[in-house]
Every structure is written in C-alpha cells, then in structure tokens.
Write a protein that binds this ligand. Sequence first.
Ligand SMILES: Cc1ncc(COP(=O)(O)O)c(C=O)c1O
Length: 397
Amino acid sequence: MTRADLLERLAIQTAEREHANLRRRLRTIEHVEGPWLESDGRRLLGFCSNDYLGLAQHPQLVAALKRAADDEGVGSGSAHLVCGHRREHAQLEEALADWMGRERALLFSTGYMANLGVLQALLAPGDVCVQDKLNHACLLDGARLAGAELKRYPHADIEAAARQLASRPDAAALVATDGVFSMDGDVAPLTGLAASCTRERATLMVDDAHGLGVLGADGAGSVAAAALGPREVPVLMTTLGKALGCSGAFVAGSAALVDGLLQFARPYIYTTAMPPALAAAACTAVAIARGENWRRGKLQSLIARFRTGAAQLGLPLTDSPSAIQPLLLGDARAALDAAQALEQHGLLVTAIRPPTVPQGQARLRITLSAAHEDKHVDLLLDALATLPRRIGAGGHV
Ligand SMILES: Cc1ncc(COP(=O)(O)O)c(C=O)c1O
C-alpha cells in the first residue's frame, strides 16, 4: 500500500517551512497596557496590533462588557436562529446599520466566517468572482468554498478587473475587494471598481476590516470616504476586532441581503452567537469610534510623523494613508532579522512572510494606533535608523 501518512506529510511540510525561514511561531503575551506588551518577562512597545483607535482597553468598553456579563452571563447559549440572538446583538446591529447608512446589519462571530458566509450565500458554481490578488485569505477561500470561478486581477488594476468581468458576460458576477489592504495599507480603487460593476451588472463587495474607524468623516470607512453608498457597494463587510477593539464582524446592506444571509449563510446559521457581553462592549465602541474624532486625528498625525521620519531615513514606504505602514524588505530572512533587531531595541514589530504576502515581498508590518504617542513613533524611527542597509527584492532598508 502506498497511502501517505497525513501527519507525516504535515511534519515534512512544516520542516520545509523551517528550512525556508517561513515557519510560524506562537508568542504568548503575558500582559497588555496600551501599546505596551509583556512577553517572556520583557516589556516591549508594540507596533503590530490592529487596535487602531486604542479602544481595546477603554474603561467604558470594559464596563459595558462587565455589566452585560453580570446581567446575562458569558455564553449566548446557542446559534442566533435558535435562542442565542439577544437584545445586545439586536442593539449592536441597529447601531452598525445606522453608522454604515445601510438598512440592516448582521453579526458574525469572526470576519473570516462573515466572508465565507457571504460568498457561499451569494455565489454558486458557474458564477464568477473577480478579486484583487492581494485580497485577504478569507475572501479567496469564500469564493473557492462557493464553487464559483475565481479570477484574480493584479493589485488595484481596475482595467484588468473590468476585462475579467467582460470575459464572462453571461455569468452572475461578484467583485470583492479589501477596502484597505491588510498587508499593504493602501486603499482599493473603489470608485473605478464600482463603475465597472455598474457597467457590467456585477455586484460589488468591500471588506473594510482595516478602514472602519480609521477612514471617513465619522470613521465609517473606505466606502464612505470614497463617497460611495449602498447602490454602488451593496455588500459591505467589516470587523469588530480591529479599530473597534473587540471581536466579531458584520455585514451591512439591504434588508433583503441580510434576510438572504440569514437563510443561506452557513457560517452564520450553524454556529454559536457571540457572547452578548461582547456585543454590548462593541456597541459602546461604535459610539466612541463614531463620536471621538480626535482619535482619528491623533492617528493621522502619528501616521504623518512616521512617514515623514521614514522618508528622511530613506526607508521604502508604500502609498498608504492608513494605520498600516509596511516596510518591504524582500526575503524572509531579512524580515526576520529586522524584526529581531527591533526587538533588541524593545520594539515588537511582526515580520510578515510568504504565503501571507507574495514571494520576495516579506516585510515588517508596522501598525500605528491612537494609543501611541509621538515619542513612541520617534523610538521606532530611531530603531529603524540602526538597521543594516540591504537591498531586498521589494525594497531596501
Ligand atoms: C481584510 C480582512 N478581512 C477579514 C479578516 C478576518 O477577520 P477576523 O479576524 O474577525 O476573522 C481580516 C483579519 O483578521 C482582514 O485583515
């Protein structure tokens, strides 16, 4: 018998990753205080969290969570459609729909599940799903799960997206894009994509996990910042685990979309509803993220400070207006070495390597937060200035 042993094969694949400097490792964080993290007994200044508005430890969120837990307990007890959909979930959905300017919003336990659920509910075999090459893994997985034909256009290339749509004129079509790209920080060409979708009678879906709270007048995200509404972007998905400092996700859109998801999105139907206390905390986060414009102002000023300083150091910056400011280093070893060198300076910045990013585009994914201060950005710049200069395929430090 020649049957492969699955665990043996997995171990071989893991060893191959180690060999290529691509092995992923877990790190336990013992304590968090604002942008500071404790790990292995050391206090490190973090530049890798997605807590862009500094809300994850906000006392009002903590109080809302505790209050709801005191009243309602911890677990929701069942799926939304059984008896898990509590008042806290309903209130949060209303607040989110209002913020997004959509008729309704539907909560999911994670962004990953929301994208799987939307794509699987909307698409069927024979349909086409056109996606940016740099979209998040869960959008790509969602299209595959749905059995649709997945076509990936070069990053931000609206003409290529239009060509891909036009190549299947008779197929039902979804164009899906990150609003802000998770590893690059740049904003998708939403206006151009929306125009193509209108012309080609395709549906546009935006995953705004990294735009929500950060972009747009009251933090409504990249779609609002591009002055696009429900007609141009009928399917808007975003998460609660980044700028809102909580966990979970939602899809906002028409009442018909939400009702359809409720019927057909399996990752919504067959899973336990998020804890009601978490929904209560997220509801408080929405009010703060919408109302406290100073957080966005402070974040923007930290981003500007970092970009100016990095440009002065001659570091290769991407065209990113968001809290994600990657430094492209090229090969995986260079990215790991840079992350290790920064850690010697007391800074925690993650090295992002393939397959999360394309081959030859390993990077430091630097993220900024309203929880940082100017002096923290200066510490980061000082440390970056000490890194050895080397040429990588994607840039140089
Ligand atoms: C663009 C994007 N979409 C979706 C997700 C998944 O969201 P979640 O962490 O809530 O599963 C992430 C990252 O986590 C992301 O970066």
